[in-house]
Design a protein around this ligand. Structure first.
Ligand SMILES: NC(=O)c1ccc[n+]([C@@H]2O[C@H](COP(=O)([O-])OP(=O)(O)OC[C@H]3O[C@@H](n4cnc5c(N)ncnc54)[C@H](O)[C@@H]3O)[C@@H](O)[C@H]2O)c1
Length: 270
C-alpha cells in the first residue's frame, strides 16, 4: 500500500538490528514510500546483527556510528548527506539499552556508572544526534525528527527499571529541541510512544511475555504492532503532519487512556 508519501525525501534510520527491530520495519516502509535512506547502528551491532541484509535489500548505505560518540555522529551526518546528495528530511532515533536491566540489577540496587551509560545510550544520544544535525545545518526546512519511547516515562512499570527515567529524559529533549529546530527552520521533533513489541530490546525486560499479554488485553485495539508503528512514522515524516511538533504521540491501541479493562477481570474469574 504505497502512496509515494516520502517521494524525493532523504533520511537516516538508526537502530535496525534484525528483522524484529521496529527500525527495520520503518526503513522498509520509508523506502516503499519513495524515500532514499542511510542506515546506521553501533559498530558492535554490525557483527551480530543483520543490518547488511537490510542495506542490500533497500539499496541503502550503512554507516556505523556509536550514538554516544560525537565523532561518529558527525561522520554519519556528513557521509549521509554525501550518499544521499543533499540535506536530510527525516531522522529516526530507535535506540535503547540499559546495562542495569541487562545485568538483572533491581531498581533498588542500581549501579550508577551503568545508569549514566544507559542515559547516554538511550536518551542523551538523541540530543547528540539533534545537536549534530543542527550545527551542521543538515535538515531541510519542514523536516521531521522522531524518537521511539514508552509510557513508563509517565506511569510506573516496575520491571522497566531505569529505562523509565531514560524515556522521560528522551521525551523532554524532544520538547526542548523541538523549540529550537522549529524556530531555526520549521523542523518538527516528536516522540512516538509504542506498545510493548517483541524485539531484542523489548524481550530483555523481565516478565515481558506476561506484560505483553496484559497490555494487549488492556488496549481496546490490542497492542499496536511494529508494522503499524512504521506506518505512523511514515505519516510523521510526510508533509501531512507539518504542524505537529514537540509532542509525545501514543501509538498503543488506546492503552494510555484506559483505567480498567473487563477483559482482564473476565480472565481472572475463569
Ligand atoms: N520493543 C518494545 O516493547 C518497545 C516499546 C516502546 C518503545 N520501544 C523503543 O523502540 C526503540 C527500538 O527498540 P526495538 O524494540 O526495536 O529493539 P532493538 O533491540 O531491535 O533496537 C534497539 C537498537 O539500539 C541499538 N543500540 C544500542 N546501543 C547503541 C549505541 N551505543 N549506538 C547506536 N545504536 C545502539 C541496538 O543495536 C539496536 O539496533 C527503543 O528506543 C525502544 O526503547 C520499544
Amino acid at each position: 500500500m504505497a502512496n509515494n508519501l516520502l517521494q524525493g525525501k532523504k533520511g537516516i534510520i538508526f537502530g535496525a538490528l534484525d528483522d524484529q527491530s521496529i527500525a527495520w520495519k520503518v526503513a522498509e516502509r520509508c523506502v516503499e514510500e519513495g524515500a532514499q535512506i542511510t542506515l546506521t547502528n553501533a559498530p558492535v551491532a554490525m557483527r551480530f546483527g543483520k543490518i547488511q541484509e537490510l542495506g542490500e535489500k533497500l539499496n541503502a548505505e550503512i554507516i556505523p556510528a556509536d550514538a554516544t560518540s560525537m565523532e561518529d555522529l558527525e561522520n554519519l551526518v556528513d557521509k549521509s548527506m554525501e550518499a544521499l546528495g543533499g540535506k536530510l528530511d527525516f531522522v529516526l532515533h530507535s535506540i535503547g539499552m540499559s546495562l542495569n536491566v541487562r545485568k538483572n540489577r533491581a531498581y533498588t540496587d542500581l549501579k550508577y556508572d551503568w545508569m549514566q551509560k544507559t542515559f547516554d545510550i538511550s536518551a542523551i544520544s538523541f540530543h547528540r544526534v539533534m545537536q549534530t544535525l543542527y550545527q551542521k545545518d543538515a535538515m531541510n526546512d519542514y523536516g521531521s525528527i522522531l524518537a521511539l519511547t514508552y509510557i513508563a516515562a509517565q506511569r510506573t512499570f516496575p520491571d522497566y527499571n531505569e529505562m523509565a527515567e531514560s524515556k522521560s529524559l528522551l521525551e523532554s529533549f524532544a520538547r526542548s529541541f523541538g523549540y529550537h529546530f522549529g524556530i531555526k527552520n520549521k523542523v518538527r521533533v516528536n516522540t512516538i510512544s509504542q506498545s510493548p513489541t517483541m524485539t531484542t530490546a523489548g524481550s530483555g525486560i523481565k516478565g515481558f511475555q506476561e506484560f505483553f499479554d496484559y497490555a494487549d488485553k488492556m488496549s481496546p485495539l490490542g497492542n499496536a504492532p511494529a508494522e503499524g508503528c512504521a506506518d505512523y512514522c511514515v505519516t510523521m515524516f510526510s508533509d501531512l503532519t507539518r504542524s505537529v511538533t514537540m509532542q509525545n504521540l501514543y501509538h498503543d491501541g488506546g492503552f494510555s487512556n484506559m483505567g480498567m479493562s473487563p477483559a482482564l477481570i473476565e480472565d481472572k474469574s475463569e
